[in-house]
Design a protein around this ligand. Structure first.
Ligand code: MRU
Length: 354
């Protein structure tokens, strides 16, 4: 299995995703501030993987914090990690779990607290793999026995602790004998599709064809795609799905061509406190990522460029949301609340963005 992120003898080891597919380089971290930079600079990316990295970063930082002033410094560390990437709710979810460990054991001896935080970070890591396998089990039956599945960005092993969410569903479908092949969109501007998804699928010998993002409408028109499956960074209580910029375009095209559009998500990516997609903070990344490819300028100097890194797909375009607890179908407000074991939040404000 691809080793995205690991805890090894008091250090965090991550594959540097910026260098794939050309180079497989593992970075070793022993300082939480370096983990903060690694998340911000996309050494590690993908909502669940970012959550695991943040939890391990906290466990790492706690090893160095002195007992005196621990509370204030612990909180400063949590804030630094939370500020790295705003859209993926898994980050806040994982930091929340680590904070709870401290809150519930405030007077524990520092060595015991450090050990407890380390165990929690490892649990978040290991649970994520089990969750992805469960998502795969729930999702695989939705895919046809034979066909071509389109995916976007990278919601695979590299975006998680292992196995993947959307790619987990595809992996499970293959494991159960389905004759599935994949179309991976390259996913401008960071190219997670071409650099990461294609790399993962090649390694697993899952047939994969790479296309430019703008080929999708044409391929759907040609009948070359049977279903779409993507991941999510945050799904709101009403089922609006925030995911990599360009996902909405795919969902609109899938609806136009009457193709199922599935979202695979751990329940930690579902944020019942966010009523609707319009409330999800959308990360704006540097325009340099648009004007440059692999460090090379591809636009005139001085041109204005925008780089919203995520968009929101309205719930009405989503056929089903596959979680580790089962499959949610519309109406999502009730279905998601039921899966999370919560009361359905009251309707509020505007409905889904259109
Ligand atoms: O900017 P990234 O690469 O972190 O964005 C990742 C995505 O958009 C994924 O689809 C999402 O995090 C789900 S990963 C299981």
């Amino acid at each position: 299995m691809i080793r995205t992120i690991e805890w090894r003898r008091g250090r965090v080891v991550m594959i540097d995703q910026r260098l794939l597919p050309e180079r497989e380089v593992y970075r070793v971290y022993d300082d939480y501030r370096a983990v903060v930079r690694a998340i911000r600079d996309m050494v590690v990316r993908g909502a669940p993987a970012i959550g695991v990295a943040a939890a391990m970063g906290i466990a790492l930082g706690a090893r160095r914090l002195p007992a005196r002033g621990f509370r204030v410094r612990f909180e400063r560390m949590c804030q630094a990690l939370l500020a790295t990437r705003p859209t993926a709710v898994n980050l806040a979810w994982a930091v929340g779990r680590m904070r709870r460990v401290y809150r519930e054991h405030p007077r524990e001896a520092i060595v015991d607290l450090r050990a407890r935080l380390e165990r929690e970070a490892l649990a978040i890591h290991d649970e994520d793999i089990a969750i992805n396998r469960a998502i795969g089990r729930h999702g695989a039956p939705l895919l046809p026995d034979r066909g071509t599945i389109l995916t976007y960005c990278n919601a695979g092993a590299l975006a998680t602790a292992g196995y993947g969410t959307a790619l987990g569903v595809i992996r499970r479908a293959r494991e159960t004998g389905k004759q599935i092949s994949v179309i991976a969109c390259e996913t401008r501007p960071f190219l997670q599709g071409s650099r990461l998804t294609a790399w993962e699928l090649e390694r697993d010998r899952i047939p994969c064809t790479l296309v430019t993002d703008n080929a999708v409408g044409h391929l759907m028109q040609q009948g070359a795609i049977d279903a779409v499956i993507v991941g999510t960074d945050r799904t709101a209580a009403n089922g609006d799905v925030a995911n990599k910029i360009g996902t909405y375009t795919l969902a609109a095209l899938a609806a136009r061509h009457r193709l199922p559009f599935y979202v695979a998500a751990p329940t930690s990516s579902i944020d019942l406190a966010t009523a609707r997609g319009a409330d999800v903070p959308i990360e704006e990344r540097s325009a340099d990522e648009v004007t440059h490819v692999a460090g090379r300028r591809i636009a005139p100097r001085g041109v204005r460029a925008l780089h919203p890194a995520f968009d929101v797909t309205p719930a009405r375009l989503v056929t089903a949301i596959v979680t580790e607890r089962g499959v949610a179908r519309p109406p999502y407000r009730r279905a998601l609340a039921r899966l999370l074991g919560a009361e359905a939040p009251a309707r509020r404000g505007r409905s889904s963005p259109s």
